[in-house]
Design a protein around this ligand. Structure first.
Ligand code: NAD
Ligand code: NA
Length: 396
């Protein structure tokens, strides 16, 4: 079949295996070009198939020759329908890892469930013994709680009052006003249940109970802060409450890892186009201005550049890990630079459907969005039929 993008709002229903593979190869080449990192040896990545989790896995494997186990939730291909992008990404990653002589295995299923935790534990016992880095990079709209069976849905709402601001439809470039009604207490609780720290703690507790974490093991989860401009819908909204909870959980986990001298960190990453962030109102407009300004200042990064810097300059630089006054690692430092944010604030007011094409990087946004699904990737001939069924070699 010939695979073309089929978008519906901020999702794309199709994905291209060759484009996804090329994206992974580009990320691997980037990591190799930066030289080796004196990093982890056995790594578990939860949320390993796309975005920051995939980039963390690639950085571990190709920066430090680490053995990696990846957990994710992706759709395999069917005769009539391509797989989800994370499936193709993982297939490409594992193929490259195997060729490089690196151990890489994957588990496809609900990371929030007890079954998937047990399956992962069995695999670690069988193959790796102990893990020295656990990356927690899930982004999910729902979580079935393993103890109650209740399905919680997260939301992206302001707290305390409704919020009105500009947003962009990144397919058309149309800027419009959007108003979002405030969250209820239940919305807040549900969002914290899905995207807060509880499941991260469950994972680490389960691993520790089985003695699967090596001395001085580290675990890292990802957070976001962003500017005042997006606070009502992000950091001071429902998702922000979940991030507050995630950040607080890092301290709980560190305490519980004291016997092995382990540490839990939250890394605050930069705003990037991923499947998760495209769904948040207002953020795509912010990102298209941010991209333009960061590119002009030569400080633009994608997921792989961010994770390379996290590993090489923060986590494994042979020095004490630098954190902010709340104990968080910051790789959003360039995004949050005063001059960059001042410029965005200035442009925000003048952003209209007419001006965005020149003052913002709508094209960069759109391109990155299609790239997530393996489309518009340089060097791929999209007129070619793709017929082979793509398998993940180390899928359990
Ligand atoms: P993403 O959508 O690219 O990746 C999410 C991953 O989670 C995928 O591997 C997916 O398969 C997996 N997943 C989702 N539900 C699952 C489930 N039930 N079981 C197993 N796996 C599941 O998202 P991302 O943007 O890379 O986000 C990762 C983390 O980084 C999130 O905590 C997010 O808040 C944070 N972050 C994102 C940004 C951004 O701008 N995108 C910025 C800073 C921090
Ligand atoms: Na991820």
């Amino acid at each position: 079949m010939i695979i073309e993008p089929r978008t519906r709002g901020f999702i794309c229903l199709t994905a291209h295996p060759k484009g996804c593979e090329q994206n992974v190869i580009n990320q691997i080449n980037y990591i190799k070009s930066k030289g080796s990192i004196n990093g982890p040896k056995n790594v578990l990545v939860i949320g390993a198939s796309t975005g920051f989790g995939l980039a963390s896995r690639i950085t571990s494997a190709f920066g430090s020759n680490a053995s990696t186990i990846g957990v994710f939730l992706e759709k395999p291909p069917k005769p009539s329908r391509p797989a989800s992008p994370g499936w193709y990404n993982t297939a490409a990653f594992e193929k490259e890892a195997q060729e490089a002589g690196l151990y890489a295995k994957s588990i496809n299923g609900d990371a929030f469930s007890n079954e998937i935790k047990e399956q992962t534990i069995e695999l670690i016992k069988k193959d790796l013994g102990q893990i020295d880095l656990v990356i927690y990079s899930l982004a999910s709209p729902v979580r079935v709680h393993p103890e109650t069976g209740v399905k919680h849905k997260s939301s992206l709402k302001p707290i305390g009052g409704s919020y009105t601001n500009k947003t962009v439809d990144f397919h058309t470039g149309d800027i419009s006003q959007i108003s979002i009604e405030p969250a209820t207490e239940e919305d807040i609780e549900n969002t914290v249940t899905v995207m807060g720290g509880e499941d991260w703690k469950f994972w680490i507790d389960a691993l520790q109970k089985e003695n699967l974490l090596s001395p001085e093991a580290k675990t890292v989860a990802y957070s976001y802060i962003g500017p005042k401009l997006t606070e009502p819908v992000y950091r001071k909204g429902t998702i922000g409450r979940a991030k507050d909870d995630l950040e607080a959980t890092a301290f709980d986990i560190t305490k519980s890892l004291s016997a092995i001298n382990g540490n839990a960190y939250v890394s605050v990453n930069k705003a990037l186009v991923t499947q998760a962030s495209s769904a948040i109102p207002v953020i795509p407009l912010y990102i298209s201005l941010l991209y333009k300004i960061m590119k002009e200042n030569n400080v633009h990064e994608g997921c792989i550049e961010q994770m390379q810097r996290l590993f090489a300059d923060r986590l494994y630089n042979n020095q004490e890990i630098k954190t902010d006054d709340k104990g968080r690692i910051r790789v959003d430092d360039w995004e949050m630079r005063e001059d960059i944010q001042a410029k965005i604030k200035e442009l925000w007011d003048s952003a209209t459907t007419e001006t965005l094409g020149t003052i913002g990087d709508l094209e960069g946004y759109s391109n990155d969005f299609f790239n997530l699904f393996g489309f518009k990737v340089d060097g791929i001939d999209y007129t070619q039929e793709v017929n082979e069924v793509v398998e993940i070699p180390g899928l359990q």
